[in-house]
Design a protein around this ligand. Structure first.
Ligand code: FES
Length: 354
């Protein structure tokens, strides 16, 4: 295709970020795919003429349905944003050098290791279990302001943990340290950190440590506490036999100068929540929001989580909780970069932001 052909037939970038909209049930929306409409993100009925590009129809399922219509017109999931905008020229903006971005005061953590930022956003340090053989600490739950997920920090020095169950919800586990065995119902899997583990709703699990095991247990949707059945129930959903996920450099997705790799997601049966690992080079993202709720585990490095009126330092081991639609920006201040593991719910693509 010549440059002239592309000027008339390629989609144009109308906006380098998606358009947030709340829709009306049953109403059909015509999304502009050519980028030339004067009524973005919708088709104006004529600007696409001669481009060979047609608008895409979407009928809203319910009142108040929240969507992000693609503005860059390069999405692979039209009419919705799939994060492709971050990889277009100028699509990813590093706010670190920008004198106009907010740099509010940095708050210190309290005696429980919690630094409250704006709204319901906070940073929590799980702390050290010391000499305790087994410890489970609640980090994120409805009582701390979460609506869609919970998270618990587990430390098992030796022996076997109690049976654990997130009643009526899926559990998504991430282990940073140690090796041993995880039993899910009547199945047993080798646990070799670092790795993610998926436990389906209705199943329970139990850990046996060969070396000290440290990990994070997320429940999606949220529960206030994990149940501890006296015996491990035998139920295991054979329809989804693969439950362990590991880091695999071949499966990285670029997001500007950052990258992420999906761990637990729909490929192993998790349809409404997802776990990913990501890397952030020394940089500060511009302020943005997500439609999903997120708990972000800092695996290595250090940085600052910026909100509009407050900020907090973060370091390896900490967890940052982000409510849905919360305005924020994470800065990595470590020269070697920062590795993170995120759990998002509801949602399946950590690359989508607005
Ligand atoms: S705005 Fe086009 S993919 Fe996000």
């Amino acid at each position: 295709m010549t440059e002239h052909d592309c000027a008339t037939t390629c989609p144009l970038i109308a906006s380098r970020k998606p358009y947030y909209k709340e829709l009306t049930a049953g109403r059909t929306y015509l999304w502009c795919s050519c980028g030339r409409s004067k009524r973005q993100p919708y088709c104006d009925g004529r600007s696409h003429e001669g481009t060979g590009l047609e608008p895409v129809r979407y009928t809203a399922q319910r009142d108040g349905e929240e969507v992000l219509f693609c503005g860059c017109k390069h999405t692979a999931t039209p009419p919705f944003c799939d994060g492709a905008h971050s990889n277009l020229p100028g699509g990813y903006k590093d706010a670190g050098e920008d004198a106009d971005v907010p740099r509010p005061d940095i708050v210190a953590p309290d005696a429980d290791g919690i630094a409250k930022v704006d709204g319901r956003c906070f940073v929590i340090s799980p702390g050290d279990a010391g000499e305790e053989r087994y410890r489970l600490r609640k980090l994120v739950a409805p009582s701390t302001g979460a609506e869609h997920q919970s998270q618990f920090h587990l430390s098992l020095r030796d022996g076997t943990s109690p049976a654990l169950q997130a009643a009526g919800t899926d559990a998504i586990l991430w282990f940073t340290t140690g090796q041993g065995t995880v039993e899910i119902g009547n199945r047993s899997f080798a646990l070799q950190s670092p790795c993610g583990i998926y436990v389906r709703s209705g199943e329970a699990f139990r850990l046996t440590a060969e070396t000290q095991v440290i990990g994070y247990i997320s429940a999606c949707p949220a529960v206030e506490e994990l149940d501890t059945p006296s015996d491990l129930p035998a139920h295991f959903d054979d329809a989804w036999p693969d439950r362990i996920v590991a880091i695999d450099e071949a499966n990285r997705t670029a997001m500007g100068p950052r990258w992420f790799q999906m761990l637990v997601d729909k490929r192993i049966g998790s349809t409404t929540a997802a776990q990913f690992i990501g890397h952030i080079p020394p940089s500060r993202a511009e302020m943005h929001r997500h439609l999903y709720e997120e708990a972000l585990i800092i695996m290595s490095g250090h940085g600052i989580i910026w909100n509009e009126t407050r900020a907090a330092r973060v370091k390896a081991g900490d967890v940052i909780f982000f409510p849905r639609k919360h305005l924020h920006s994470l800065e990595c201040t470590a020269p070697e970069g920062m590795d993170v593991v995120g759990i998002i719910h509801p949602g399946d693509n950590p690359g989508v932001n607005y």
